[in-house]
Design a protein around this ligand. Structure first.
Ligand code: SF4
Length: 372
């Protein structure tokens, strides 16, 4: 089935349909012959303009104010698909085109999720979120410090991709934004199915990477039901040290994770990588490098070294460039394929949870000044 057939003949509701992203979405939807499109927004002028522009279209159109709850509830009754375009806004903060999304629910509260678009020559990578906040509490992560608010729905995950103005230029998708993807396994798996199916976005699973801190039960589900790449956050080969950085080590120790991964075939096109954030004086010694070699021995994988982004209120510091390069050279000389991942988000706050934290702080400040 083609993507267009999937929505053809369906009743579709778009919240935020009069905004700049929403009206693009509506125009796209009109091309694929839906039975009816219902457009809600709180922008009365935008709705009026849209209604005028679309009245010659031969589809059943319903336009309404999103604050009119009764009308909205009636409009939702026989809907097949809902697009929350209202939830999304494009914020061109800098040259890297970071893209963040504001989720607005029906009662009007706002929470923030983030996705970062990273164009690089002929590649365009989008880093998407799977949850709003996170339960895992990793010491080095701003999302972890926000606590957990909600799992993102399939729609909210896919909206980050589909509503990106540059979405036609996307070559790679990485689930490395807010949240632990394998802690939202049902919606992750449905999103991956839609992204990679012929009837969906028909993207290659070889261009999609899911990152996890290593939740063993759902990692098995992912490995057995998807062909996408896997990236495991490692950060220390030593049990006690990893526990301090990542509380999940208490439940799913890294050696058990590695043992499980050794049961799968990584010799084909599917790629296994380990992420290793380098912290000065903590996990960047020769002893750590040797322990990594021992831990990953026999596994067909690569190790990505990442320079740490300093975060507010943390004493963790980034390793020096010199240390990171000699760490990499040593591991490569021992035949563990090791690369240094380009880290370009620091100056725009586009590191794990930083964009959304910044947005939340701004919202709080606005709220406080309104209250003053
Ligand atoms: S690093 Fe990932 S799993 Fe850990 S707290 Fe941050 S978002 Fe959650």
């Amino acid at each position: 089935m083609k993507f267009s057939d999937f929505y053809s003949g369906k009743v579709i509701l778009v919240t935020g349909g009069a905004g700049s992203i929403g009206s693009h979405l509506v125009k796209d939807l009109l091309q694929i012959n839906p039975a009816s499109v219902r457009i809600f927004d709180n922008n009365e002028t935008g709705l009026f303009d849209l209604e005028q522009n679309l009245k010659s279209e031969k589809i059943r159109l319903l336009v309404g104010d999103v604050r009119d709850k009764e009308r909205l509830i009636v409009a939702m009754e026989d809907v097949d698909y809902v697009f929350h375009a209202a939830a999304l806004k494009h914020v061109p903060l800098c040259e890297f085109n970071p893209y963040d999304a504001v989720k607005t629910n029906i009662i009007g509260t706002q929470n923030v999720i983030e996705a970062a678009y990273i164009p690089d020559n002929d590649r365009g990578t989008l880093c998407v979120s799977s949850q709003m906040g996170c339960k895992m509490g990793c010491l080095f992560c701003m999302t972890g410090k926000q606590g957990f608010q909600a799992n993102l729905t399939v729609n909210e995950i896919l909206n980050q991709i589909r509503c990106l103005p540059e979405w036609h230029e996307l070559t790679n998708i990485v689930f490395m934004g807010m949240g632990e993807p394998l802690d939202n396994i049902d919606n992750l798996m449905k999103s991956l199915e839609i992204l990679t199916s012929d009837w969906g976005y028909a993207r290659s699973p070889k261009r999609i990477t899911v990152s996890t801190i290593g939740i063993i039960p759902t990692m098995k589900t992912f490995l057995e039901n998807s062909h996408c790449h896997l990236a495991v956050s490692l950060h220390s080969p030593f049990n006690e040290e990893r526990k301090k950085l990542m509380p999940v080590e208490n439940v799913y120790p890294i050696n058990e994770i590695v043992q499980l991964l050794k049961n799968y075939d990584w010799t084909g096109q599917r790629r296994l990588s380990f992420e290793y954030i380098m912290f000065k004086g903590l996990n960047d010694s020769l002893t750590h490098a040797r322990a990594l070699l021992k831990l990953l021995n026999g596994l067909n994988c690569r190790l990505n070294l990442i320079c740490f982004h300093a975060i507010p209120g943390s004493t963790l510091e980034p390793s020096t460039n010199e240390t990171i390069h000699s760490f990499k050279d040593f591991l490569n000389s021992k035949n563990l394929l090791t690369t240094i991942r380009a880290s370009r988000g620091e100056d725009i706050f586009a590191a794990c949870g930083l964009l959304s934290t910044k947005e939340l702080i701004q919202q709080k400040n606005i709220g406080n000044s309104i209250g003053d």
